[in-house]
Design a protein. Structure first.
Length: 192
């Protein structure tokens, strides 16, 4: 298996690039944001609990997202590899993910981090709000919260995987195709 984390702040292009990587390499996409939005759409208890955190631009509690990821890994045995998108978002989630994968004799092979300046992130979230219908993209206070949460809690995930030399940071500015080709080069270089 080859397990990849696509890492970066909200608005850095993880969703767009994930779609392209999945169709090229056949990864199983595991986006905790998508899983949570589907829980909300289905009006489950978990979805109802998560919604208030998401609407405020705060993180949903670790135990909730770790439980969702555990279930998703268990129900997708035999895939070539997972592409984690929007997860892990805290050091505790990263440690939990490492344990979950280790219990299947697997690990994170590569973390590709997209680097995008803050001004550009805000512009992209505003643009995305027009078509995504995502209320957390539309509100400027919520946008700023999400970037603050990224800096305060999520950057620690990159530090965690840097210890094992598994992080490659790439410029997330430029055309979608150019960014995709730089991501692909890193994956290809590892023989996937
Ligand atoms: P995303 O679609 O990845 O931008 O996620 C949208 C929102 O879902 C985030 O702002 C969080 O409220 C919540 N969320 C998604 N993934 C996670 C995660 N790994 N940990 C905690 N909250 C998450």
């Amino acid at each position: 298996m080859f397990n990849l984390i696509l890492f970066g702040p909200p608005g850095s292009g993880k969703g767009t690039q994930s779609e392209k990587l999945i169709s090229k390499y056949g990864f199983k996409h595991l986006s905790t944001g998508d899983l949570l939005r589907s829980e909300i759409a289905n009006q489950t208890k978990l979805g109802l609990e998560a919604k208030s955190f998401m609407d405020a631009g705060q993180l949903v509690p670790d135990a909730v997202v770790i439980g969702m990821v555990d279930a998703a890994i268990n129900s997708n045995k035999g895939v070539y590899g997972f592409l984690f998108d929007g997860f892990p978002r805290t050091k505790a989630q990263a440690v939990a993910l490492d344990h979950l994968l280790a219990s299947h004799e697997e690990k994170i092979d590569l973390v590709l981090a997209l680097d995008v300046p803050e001004d550009e992130l805000l512009q992209r979230m505003i643009g995305r709000a027009k078509t995504s219908g995502r209320s957390d993209d539309a509100n400027p206070e919520v946008q700023k919260n999400r970037i603050a949460v990224y800096k305060n809690e999520t950057l620690a995930v990159a530090d965690h995987y840097s210890q094992f030399d598994r992080v490659v940071t790439l410029n997330g500015l430029g055309s979608i195709d150019d960014i995709f080709s730089s991501l692909s080069k890193e994956i290809d270089a590892r023989g996937f």
